[in-house]
Design a protein around this ligand. Sequence first.
Ligand code: TYD
Ligand code: MG
Length: 468
Amino acid sequence: MAKRQPSFACQSCGAVYNRWKGKCEACGGWNTIVEETGSSNPMVGPVATRPTRAKGRIFPLEGLSGETKEAPRTPSGIAELDRVTGGGFVHGSVILLGGDPGIGKSTLLMQASAALANKGHRVAYISGEEAVAQVRLRAERLGLGQAPVELAAETNVEDIIATLTQGQPPALAIIDSIQTMWTETVESAPGTVTQVRGSAQALIRFAKTIGTAVILVGHVTKDGQIAGPRVVEHMVDAVVSFEGDTGHHFRILRAVKNRFGPTDEIGVFEMSDIGLREVSNPSELFLAGRDLATPGTAVFAGMEGTRPLLVEIQALVAPSSLGTPRRAVVGWDPSRLSMVLAVLEAHGGLKLGMHDVYLNVAGGLRITEPAADLAAAAALVSSLSGASLPSDTVYFGELGLSGAIRPVAQAQSRLKEAAKLGFSGAVAPAPRIEQANPERLPLAAASIGHITDLVAGIASRSPNRRRA
Ligand code: TYD
Ligand code: MG
């Protein structure tokens, strides 16, 4: 048998070393390596203690073709949540829900538990952070005090599994949070990587064995990663993050990984005094309170998964007093902004080198689509030239380094959503617009092929130019 060696684990990424180091070579974190006792890798724990066998058991190998069944699911009844999970909780699957403290994870899960329990399913809510009375108080505030959810404040994984395996298996078990759980098979303190990994593994085994869907709540560190073990992300079936900034009341549920559904769908909620309210038409919400006449704002017709989403992009371009002008972005990729600025300078003839540039996606939304390039460029040109853009027009298109505006997917859905919300025009790249059957176009779309067309179009609206 192998001699037990001291082991040191990085508390940020889970990398294991056999001696202490100041810096983790795997993730680059300083002072994150801590000595941990017990099995450093729970993966090998049970295997090492198993009696050795001379020969392995022979198992049948199967072909790709064969009988398949759709994974059985239990929908929560909260449409925005079901959209993200792919239609409900798959039996025996494990979801990791991450998010900043106070963003509303416990609130969302209490609402989901109550919805499921009210439909007659057995649901257990295990809180490792709050006392039973506190959880009850929250449920009462949410108007869910009467829902038949089974509640406990527990942190020992073995006790939790023993309790939940009694009687009919629950349809859903919530573990709030995985960082507070501890298992007897590991000797380290709760919250350490080894404990979190060991606890998660035991709970995953439990889910797979009895078919209960388990949701693990995971805390998120300052830089947005699920604290401690990234390894847990590999072990679970789905990783879902709950985002939003505390200054806004919109909350966005986004699947980062999903073995049983799409990863590009988002669920939109609004935090109110009686909990999270579903937002079934997010475009209206993100465009509410729009300032129509100010230069520097453009409406982007985006897509989040299969759902079109209209959102306002705001830009401010102002003369800089600094040697190196500021570039600040909220809700968009900063390197994407640098690229758009470079293209505007090189091919659009704009002089931005002496200007500070700020770009903001309204409502606290985060956009990852390249199709937002054109809307961002329009907002930037509008702010620099002082010409406001037509308030009834949406923009979308990807910008190439040559200044060409490239077509993007799902133009028809974007245009339809814009027409539904009262927009009457669109500026978008050419080919797809024409492909999209002009007779069926829901609104007047001006197709442009190059960034110079955009700059010229906006400059013709400039007040300076009209005066001249
Ligand atoms: P919570 O679900 O406890 O967050 P997490 O579990 O992610 O840490 O949510 C806490 C925040 O939500 C808190 O700041 C208050 C706010 N909140 C409301 O605005 N309305 C409500 O009905 C509830 C229950 C919470
Ligand atoms: Mg909580």
